[in-house]
Design a protein. Structure first.
Lengths: 282, 339, 237
């Protein structure tokens, strides 16, 4: 039981790292990044490639860096030019990008499953309240906690973070006040995509790498973001924990209909609060 | 002013232009129906007829996506859910024989429409992204059900669609051979497009476009705004269901893949490459999609990247889609003639 | 005829700790053009929102239109009972043509005077134009047309001249005055443009910090020291 709950936390942690990137990007750029699952997948593969040269930690660092740069490129080439257009345009373009990314990875790495092993330091087990638990999974939870803490601190305490929060609520007024929302946006998108890369590498030892690995995680991710309330960081945190837990419990107890459960949660939440768990509509 | 894959109706005009418009529309429709009958005569290749039949069915699904976007401004990622549900209704009934096949066909049209109406009352009010995600999740959930409920649907292996020798008085072979089915689905497509064109011109069509533009003001000028949007969503599900029924009759076999989001995604791509501003725009998109897929399939393995790239390019450079472009060019040619 | 056509009693709105409108009561006489002025943040638009049942936050008070209680009724019912509203931030249907949206509004009010209102508000030439493409001034007039179609007994106008040049504002105010008098439409108008207010309003209510500061005709308001101090200053002509 304890292990079950912990595994739920692990999945929730993964969902959180990925979802918070989406929230960042949506908040600042008002863009629904359908390619986010693809970026997650690319991050895993980039990490795999780099790790085969320099080990897991190198893979992690390289993946975050490469994905962040990629985020800058996407921001300038796609998000910015489409700012004034109907939001469906970014959905379509990022969806197209997703297809391109999947095909690209398939071409470079093939369709077969690849395995990225966790680093040696984290390959053992730890004992949690008497139950053995893989230390790598504990690491995953730790990463999510660190990300949440760093983000919270950054958004609450730093000047830039304040601007991000302001722009996330009202990009127009923040822009008028002379804060360069362009640079801010680019930075935030880079952080969002970098987080996708982080999530990809962190997730890789837990799931086999394949070009379609982004697919079902993405759906749960969107469920988290929508349930949490599109622009809410705390909402995403809470929703990720809940959805992650429920998903795992569902897999354990109702394997046939496990994927229906997060959906049900989302429907219930949205019926009661159309703007998600967040305190107010964006 | 944000420019969308533009949604303004090109059909506005005074009463006399309207009458001319309707008359012209019906005339074109009649011509197309007649042309449909000539297809198996003109085209001798069974392969081409088969592809054309499949493309027409996909075009119907694409239209259901495009229509929803045009009238409600909403993007559904789950139209395959209604498509597959309709197909499975016919197939499952064929397997268990609960009701007469004709009744099953009717049920296959009614059930998705009613379910969509019920679902619509909840989700149509939500912010656009939440709506889209919910349609995706619901369709995936239906997919899961048919995948995992083996006693009902036989899972991944699928079910054969058992049909009687005659259906609605027609020989079942008519539905199962490409040279005749192509005519049936073609006519179905024309009739659906005409029906939707009429809907778009109707009061509800105008009202839903107004609600799409500005839901608050629609209320402030005196309208209730939920029911019209639900009607549009239900109609879009009905169109997808029509395609699903025809598919099950034609293909003779259904699998859970019919409900998968990738099918919804393809329909979405077709709809937006063709351009949902025009009711028949998605048909163009479907046609191009099929041509490209066929061509690409012969020459390369990178079809997803190609279509993904085309989607990106068309969205960025040609937001009105191919149909919008065609209309613009057509109008310019016409005015040059008149000048 | 000096019967009261619209009353709003004890109108209050609070957002958390902030009270935007504080127990304001107002009675509008049939046929009058009533101005509602005050400094930024005085609560004018919020009061208007309260009368139409718009917006969030804690709300209290009752609204009566020609004897009908409007409390709790949704916007569309208030419209059909006779309360029209135009908006400060232009609130039209950008992808519909001018004619399409006016006809749509006309149909809701079961009236046929779409053509008439288009010509009254100088929109006839733009009938087939897409509303998102027409000039800002034309969009303001369209916003008004949507509020006035069907000749509702009472219409709430929220800064109809917002963003218009001095010439356009005056032209619009004359148009409004003429039209509403001819059609027997009672008007409650929020405006910052004092020229417009003083030229067309029969009576003016001044709000400040969510409360009524003063109430009277143009001369009374102009000479009211408190009002001048709090708001008008050099804006008085």
């Amino acid at each position: 039981m304890l292990v079950l709950i912990l595994n739920g936390l692990v999945y929730g942690s993964l969902l959180y790292i990925l979802s918070v990137g989406l929230v960042l990007i949506f908040g600042l750029r008002r863009v629904t990044n359908f390619a986010h699952g693809g970026l997650f997948m690319v991050g895993a593969y980039v990490g795999y490639a780099a790790a085969s040269l320099g080990g897991f930690w190198v893979g992690l660092a390289v993946s975050i860096g490469v994905l962040a740069v990629f985020g800058v490129v996407i921001d300038r080439a796609i998000f910015r030019p489409l700012t004034d257009r109907d939001p469906v345009n970014t959905i379509l373009v990022t969806f197209g990008l997703l297809l391109v990314l999947e095909d690209g990875v398939r071409t470079l790495f093939g369709k077969d499953f690849l395995v990225l092993k966790p680093p040696v330091e984290l390959s053992g087990m730890v004992s949690i309240l008497g139950s053995p638990f893989p230390s790598y999974r504990l690491f995953v939870i730790g990463v999510a906690v660190v990300v949440a803490a760093v983000l919270a601190l950054w958004l609450m305490k730093s000047r830039v973070g304040l601007h991000v929060r302001a722009a996330s609520v009202d990009p127009v007024t923040t822009g008028i006040q002379g804060i360069d929302t362009e640079i801010l946006g680019m930075m935030v998108v880079a952080i969002g995509t970098g987080l996708a890369g982080l999530a990809g590498v962190v997730a890789a030892p837990l799931m086999a790498l394949s070009p379609s690995m982004g697919g079902f995680v993405l759906i749960d991710c969107f469920i988290v973001v929508v349930t949490g309330g599109l622009t809410s960081f705390t909402g995403a945190f809470v929703a990720a924990l809940v959805i992650g837990q429920i998903h795992n419990l569902g897999v354990a107890y109702f394997p046939a209909f496990a994927s229906l459960v997060p959906l049900l949660v989302m429907v219930v939440v949205l019926v009661l609060r159309p703007h998600g768990l967040a305190k107010e509509a964006h | 002013m944000a420019s969308s894959p533009s949604l303004a109706s090109p059909e506005s005009g005074g009463p006399s232009r309207l009458a001319g418009g309707i008359g012209g529309m019906l005339a074109v429709a009649a011509v197309l129906v007649v042309a449909g009958f000539s297809l198996p005569v003109v085209i001798s290749s069974m392969l081409v007829l088969t592809l054309l039949t499949q493309a027409t069915l996909q075009a119907l699904l694409a239209i259901s996506v495009g229509f929803l976007f045009r009238q409600n401004g909403l993007t559904s990622f789950g139209q395959a859910g209604w498509f597959g549900l309709a197909a499975y209704t016919v197939a499952v009934n064929g397997r268990f024989g609960w009701v007469a096949p004709e009744t099953a066909v009717v049920a296959a049209l009614v059930v998705p429409t009613v379910l969509a109406a019920l679902l619509g009352t909840v989700i149509v009010r939500l912010p656009h992204l939440a709506f889209s995600m919910l349609t995706l999740a619901v369709a995936q959930a239906v997919h899961e059900v048919f995948l995992k409920w083996r006693t009902l649907a036989n899972g991944d292996d699928g079910i054969e669609v058992r049909l009687p020798k005659r259906l609605f008085g027609l020989d079942i072979a008519l539905f199962q051979q490409p040279q005749t089915m192509v005519v049936i689905v073609w006519i179905a497509l024309v009739l659906v497009v005409v029906a939707l064109l009429f809907f778009a011109r109707s009061h509800t069509g105008l009202l839903t476009r107004a609600i799409r533009d500005n839901e608050e003001r629609a209320r402030y000028i005196g309208y209730e705004t939920l029911l019209p949007r639900v009607v549009v969503y239900a109609v879009s599900a009905l169109v997808a269901a029509i395609a699903g029924v025809l598919f099950s009759l034609y293909n003779g076999f259904v699998t859970p893949g019919l409900l998968h989001w990738s099918l919804s995604g393809e329909a979405l791509i077709m709809a937006f490459i063709g351009g949902p501003r025009v009711i028949w725009g998605p048909v163009l998109g479907a046609g191009l999609f099929f041509l490209l897929k066929d061509f690409a399939g012969d020459h390369t393995e990178h079809w997803p990247a190609i279509i993904g790239g085309i989607l990106m390019i068309v969205t960025i450079l040609l937001p009105e889609g191919l149909a919008g472009l065609a209309q613009r060019v057509g109008r310019r040619l016409w005015s040059r003639r008149a000048a | 005829m000096s019967e009261t056509i619209l009353t709003a009693h004890n109108m209050t709105r609070r957002y958390g700790g902030f009270t935007a409108v504080n127990d304001v009561s107002i009675e509008v006489t049939r046929g009058e053009i009533r101005g509602l002025i005050g400094p930024n943040g005085a609560g004018k638009s919020t009061l208007m929102d309260l009368i139409c049942g718009r917006g969030s936050g804690y709300s209290a008070g009752s609204v009566t239109l020609m004897g009908h209680r409007l409390d709790g009724l949704p916007a569309r019912q208030r419209r059909r009972l006779g309360l029209g509203r135009s908006f400060q931030k232009t609130n039209i249907f950008p992808d519909l043509t001018v004619a399409e949206q006016i006809r749509l509004a006309a149909r809701a009010m079961k009236t046929g005077d779409a053509e008439e209102i288009m010509s009254e508000l100088n929109l006839a030439d733009l009938a087939e134009a897409r509303a998102g493409d027409i000039s800002y001034g034309a969009q303001r007039r369209l916003d008004l047309a949507l509020a006035l179609i069907g000749r509702p007994p009472v219409v709430l106008l929220d800064e109809p001249a917002a963003g218009l040049s001095i010439g356009e504002s005056l032209a619009l105010s004359r148009l409004l005055e003429d039209l509403t008098r001819r059609w027997n439409v009672t008007v409650l108008i929020v405006e910052h443009d004092m020229e417009v207010i003083f030229s067309i309003c029969d009576r003016i209510t001044v709000l400040q910090a969510g409360r009524i500061l003063a109430d009277g005709d143009a001369d009374a308001i102009r000479s009211n020291e408190e009002v001048v101090r709090a708001y008008l200053g050099s804006a008085v002509s």
